[in-house]
Design a protein around this ligand. Structure first.
Ligand SMILES: Cc1cc2nc3c(=O)[nH]c(=O)nc-3n(C[C@H](O)[C@H](O)[C@H](O)COP(=O)(O)OP(=O)(O)OC[C@H]3O[C@@H](n4cnc5c(N)ncnc54)[C@H](O)[C@@H]3O)c2cc1C
Length: 292
């Protein structure tokens, strides 16, 4: 352990308003800590700059999954285990349930939260491509009030987000309109558990009269932010899935992404895998889409 606990202060207000007041009183001084699975890695490496931590793990409003006729609202401090075990999440948002099931190991899933994954803003985070294709919307809250932000515009650059220093992510809202879609999730990493993705995909699609009616593709670990492949999506609409389209898809994916070489993989490998994953999804959509 490279940090000295005596140098840190942790408070546990237990309610949302008290947590927000602390954040507002000294913006950028206090750091929220939910499951701690990212924060404690920094702490034990001696790289946690903030000395004041607010525990938000035990704030009831942040721990609920609420179901409405048109959407579900996931509290930001809901864990991967809560997501995996929720019937509606599993049935209607299988891409999110899949990402939850392969994020770290069981201990990590019992502590790690969806809000923490979003705020930590890693381009390799596993749940974020699913949020992109499901049109997630975030509620950000502070003593100044609350505001809604399309998740798509939340990540503004590498590790940069639209979150102000006095704000918390309160919840993640997901519209319930994708259950008729064919879905496909893949994580390519060194192994299935406890590995950061080299590339991960979340994809949704619908076929009508033999052609693609709608398609939604998002990739992680191929750009500074989790990436929705809008140009590739547009190129697919109204097309039949045949070998020439799959060739076009590989080229289009390669143009839209900007992967890097790093400790986990190379840019070339990531580009090849990204094209393969989209091709694999199109095969699945062709096979299952007519019956979905
Ligand atoms: C062993 C191990 C394996 C892992 N494997 C994976 C993996 O496979 N895939 C993957 O994507 N991630 C993985 N992670 C990373 C981590 O588990 C996730 O990012 C997790 O979702 C973080 O959630 P948390 O609640 O623990 O966040 P914390 O560590 O509590 O917080 C992370 C950041 O988010 C901020 N924050 C948390 N909640 C809020 C909120 N409601 N509002 C505003 N800011 C907030 C904190 O201030 C901090 O900056 C792994 C981590 C470990 C230690």
């Amino acid at each position: 352990m490279r940090s000295d606990p005596a140098e840190y202060r942790l408070v546990s207000p237990g309610n949302l308003q008290a947590a927000l007041s602390l954040l507002a009183g000294e913006p950028a001084q206090w750091l929220p800590i939910a499951g701690g699975t990212d924060v404690m890695v920094l702490y034990s490496a001696g790289k946690l700059p903030n000395r004041k931590l607010i525990n938000i793990w035990n704030i009831p409003e942040l721990r609920q999954i609420e179901v409405f006729p048109d959407r579900i609202r996931v509290g930001a401090a809901c864990t991967y285990t809560a997501l995996r075990e929720h019937g509606i999440v599993s049935r209607e948002f299988p891409l999110l349930a899949a990402a939850a099931s392969w994020t770290g190991g069981i201990a990590n899933q019992n502590r790690g939260t969806l809000g923490g994954n979003i705020a930590n803003a890693s381009p390799a985070a596993d749940s974020l491509p699913a949020l992109l294709v499901y049109d997630a919307e975030l509620t950000l809250i502070s003593v100044r009030g609350e505001r809604r932000v399309d998740y798509r515009s939340f990540h503004m650059g590498y590790k940069q987000t639209a979150l102000a220093a006095d704000e918390l992510i309160r919840d993640i809202s997901l519209p319930r309109r994708f259950s008729g879609y064919v879905s496909h999730a893949r994580k390519v990493g060194t192994r299935n558990a406890q590995a950061i993705s080299k590339v991960c995909l979340a994809a949704l699609g619908q076929i009508a009269n033999g052609t693609i009616r709608d398609v939604r593709l998002a990739l992680g670990s191929v750009a500074p932010v989790p990436l929705r492949l809008t140009e590739t999506e547009h190129a697919f609409i109204g097309k039949r899935i045949e070998p020439s389209l799959i060739d076009t898809a590989r080229k289009s994916v390669a143009q839209e992404i900007s992967p890097i070489d790093d400790i986990r993989s190379t840019s070339r490998y990531r580009a090849a895998v990204a094209g393969n994953l989209v091709a694999e999804f199109l095969d699945k959509l062709a096979a299952e889409g007519a019956n979905a």
